[in-house]
Structure formats: C-alpha cells, structure tokens
Write a new protein. Structure first.
Lengths: 113, 113
C-alpha cells in the first residue's frame, strides 16, 4: 500500500512565522500535490510537482512556496504565516502514468494565531 | 478555472436506506472523473476512477455511473450503514499531463443507526 506521511497532525504557529509542512511518500511517485481544505470550499490546489525540482502553481499559490529536492519529499512553505492560512492541509501523490488515483496523507490542521 | 459541483451538500439517512448524490462538471473538458471517500480523522480514500462515457463501477454496496456527454456522475450507496458516514468528494481531471484534479465541495453523508 502507498504510504503518504505528513510530518504533523496538528500545528500551532504565530503570525509572521515561517512555517514548513513536510510530506513524504514511499511509492516512487512522480507527481505530488499540496491542497488546503476549508469548510464549504472543498479541496483547493496550492502547488504541485511532477518531478524533482519541478513545480507548478495551483489555484491558490499566494503566500506559499514549495520545495522538491528529492523525489519522495514535497515541502510546503508559508513564507510569513497569516491568520487566513489557518486551515487543513493535505498532501497527495500519484503515479504519473495512466488513470491512477491520488493517495493522500492524513492532513495537518494548522492554526495561525 | 473549471467548476465541479456536488449536490446535495449534506444528507442524513437512516441505516438501511439507499441514497445517491450527484457530481456535475463541464463536459467539454473531460479526461477522467475521480470519487473519494473522506472519513473524519482519516485520509481521503480513492473509490473510483472513471474515464469512459457510460462507465459503471462498483465496490461492495457503492457504485458510480458516468455521463461525459451531459457532464455528470452519480454515486449510489445501497443499504447505507453507519460506517458509510463520510464526506464523498468527486474530482475532475481535465488534463492528461500532470494528474491535476479539480475537486467539488463534497457531499457529507450521515447514516443514523
């Protein structure tokens, strides 16, 4: 089974801090994704990566950056955390070829005070 | 940005009832449709990936149909059980290159014993 591991289940940070959310997958998947989930809005794509050192903006990239230095790891960075970034963050990975589903981590519930 | 709509937003049924919900998407930009189940405190789990018009997929008591010409998919649950309580997400894949998905807002199902 594919395992997608997010570094923290719950995280509390302060406004203005630089925040790192880490995601590791163990299935050698090429594609990795970061989403946030807010009530009534569904999952919204922040950034995705289809290979090492490759990244593309999703629908809501403002205030975020990402890093993919190794194939198994995809990091989401909040450059200067703000209260409107309080949310549930989900990481996912997917094999590049074919009609494969995305495999998700358990999520990180981030609160910015 | 492509728009994926799910209805209803929430649903309460009695144990043993059968139920169904809808996912609507723009038929002009279709590559695949995904269904996921997201239980509280767990990660979203893939149910189906559907690609062909007229596709019908089944997993136990859950089945899904797809109409790409009119742009909708139905998810059916036969004889709902309390363990079916979850948020059901559909997602449209409109590009064949990166696996990027556009998610609907989800339908939250509560099954009462």
């Amino acid at each position: 089974d594919v395992k997608v591991t997010q570094s923290s289940r719950y995280l509390v940070k302060r406004t203005g801090e630089k925040v790192f959310l880490e995601c590791v997958q163990d299935m050698d998947h090429e594609n990795m994704f970061w989403y946030r989930q807010d009530p009534g809005l569904g999952l919204r794509l922040i950034y995705f990566s289809y290979d090492v050192k490759m990244k593309e903006k999703g629908d809501i990239p403002e205030g975020y950056s990402v890093s993919r230095e190794k194939k198994e790891r995809f990091s989401l960075i909040l450059e200067s955390a703000s209260t409107n970034q309080t949310s549930m963050y989900l990481c996912a990975s997917k094999e590049h070829r074919g009609h494969q589903p995305q495999h998700f981590g358990d999520g990180t519930r981030l609160s910015i005070l | 940005i492509l728009n994926v709509e799910q209805s209803p937003q929430s649903l309460h049924v009695q144990e043993g009832d059968s139920t169904n919900f809808t996912c609507s998407f723009p038929s002009s930009n279709f590559y695949a449709l995904h269904w996921y189940r997201w239980e509280t405190a767990k990660s979203p789990e893939a149910l189906f990936v559907m690609t062909l018009n007229g596709d019908e997929k089944k997993k136990g008591r859950i089945s899904a149909t797809l109409n790409t010409k009119e742009g909708y998919s139905y998810l059916y649950i036969k004889g709902s059980q309390p363990e079916d309580s979850a948020t059901y997400l559909c997602a449209l894949r409109g590009s064949s290159n990166t696996g990027k998905l556009i998610f609907g807002q989800g339908t939250t199902l509560q099954v009462k014993p």
